[in-house]
Design a protein around this ligand. Sequence first.
Ligand code: NAD
Ligand code: GDD
Length: 332
Amino acid sequence: MKTVLVTGAGGFIGHHLVNYLVGRGYWVRAVDLKYPQFQESRAHEFIRCDLRLHDACQSVTQGMEEVYHLAADMGGIGFISGSHAEITLNNTLISAHMAKAARDSKVGRFLFSSSACIYPTNLQTSPDVTPLREDMAWPALPEEGYGLEKIYMEKLCQYMTEDWNIPTRVVRFHNVYGPLGTYEGGREKAPAAICRKVALCPDGGEIEVWGDGLQTRSFMYIDDCVEGLFRLMQSDYGAPLNLGTDEMISINDLVEIAAEIAGKQVAKRYDRSKPQGVRGRNSDNALIRQVLHWEPRTSIREGLVPTYRWIEAELARPRESARESGVLHAAE
Ligand code: NAD
Ligand code: GDD
C-alpha cells in the first residue's frame, strides 16, 4: 500500500481527503492539532501534534511517499483579516518546517495547498472581475498576511523541485464549501455563514449580510475539491494550478439560493463595516482543463443543498453534543 501523509487532517478539506484516500486503498497518516470536529477520521494513524515545531514535522514525514500539506491557520475573510501577524507567523513556521522535513525524509511528492488569495488584489476591484489565470500571479500583490505566506510557499515549492529534485504540486483553491465545514465561531466562510443565518432565520425574517451583497465569488463543492487534489497529485504538472469553479455569483445570489433551499422568504440587512476582501473573484479554468482534462462541475445550486441540510441538522442538535464538547476521538 502506498503511504500518504495528510496534514490538516482534522480540518474540513483534510478530513474529506483522508476518507477519499482510504477509500482508494492508500495507507494514510493523518496529522493535526485536533481531531475532526464532526466525524471520526478513517485514517490508519492519527497523530496530534503542532506542525509549527521542527521535530514534529521531521517525525510525521518519516516513511511517507506522498504528502498533502493542508495544515494552516485558516478561515474566511473575517478571520484572515483579523490577525495578520499571528496567521503569517504560524503558517510560515508550519510550511517552512514541512518543506525541510519533506527533503530530510526524502518524500516522493509534496503537494501544497495555496489559495486564490495569492492573486493581485488590484486585479479584483470590480464585481465583474476578469477570471484569474495562473500567469496573473506576478508581479505580486497578494492579500495581506495569509496570501503573502501562500505565494512565498508557492515559490519555495518551485525551488524545492529545482534545487532538491523533489516533485511538488501547488493547488490554488477558490472558496471551498460543503458538509462538515466550519459554520460558526468566526472562521466560517460565506456559504456556511449564509446557510447558518438562513437556517436560524424565521420565514419572513431578516439576516445580516457583510458589505452590499454585490461582491462576487466562485464556490467549489468539497467532492470536486478532493477529486481535483487527487488528480493533480497523480499528474506530472508541477506549476501552480487553479482549483475552483468558474461559476461566478454575487453574495446576494448566494443568499437567494440558500433561502430557496430553505423554502423561506429572507430579507437582507447590509453591514458595510464588516470585512469584505476583494470586490470580485473568479477562476479561469482553461489551464486545469488542458492539464487534467477535468474541472470542478458541481454548481452552487447543487452543492448548497447538502451543505444547507447538514448545517440545518447540526444547528438542531442538542448543544451538549460532540460539537460543543470538543472533538470526536479517532484512532486512540
Ligand atoms: P481548516 O481550518 O478546516 O483546516 C486546517 C487544519 O490545519 C485545521 O484542522 C487546523 O487545526 C490545522 N492546523 C493549524 N495549525 C496547525 C499546526 N500548528 N499544527 C497542526 N495542524 C494545524 O481549513 P481547510 O478549509 O480545510 O483548508 C485546508 C487548506 O486549504 C489550508 O492550507 C487552507 O489555507 C487552504 N485553502 C482553503 C480554502 C477553502 O476555501 N477552504 C481556500 C484556499 C486555501
Ligand atoms: N464569512 C462571511 N460571513 N462572509 C460574508 C458574510 C458572512 O456572514 N456575509 C457576506 N459575506 C461576504 C464577505 O464580506 C466577502 O465579501 C464574501 O462574502 C466572501 O467571504 P469569505 O467566504 O469569508 O472569504 P473570501 O472569499 O473573501 O476568501 C476566502 O476564500 C479564499 C480562497 O478563495 C477565504 O477563506 C480565504 O482564506 C481563502 O483563501
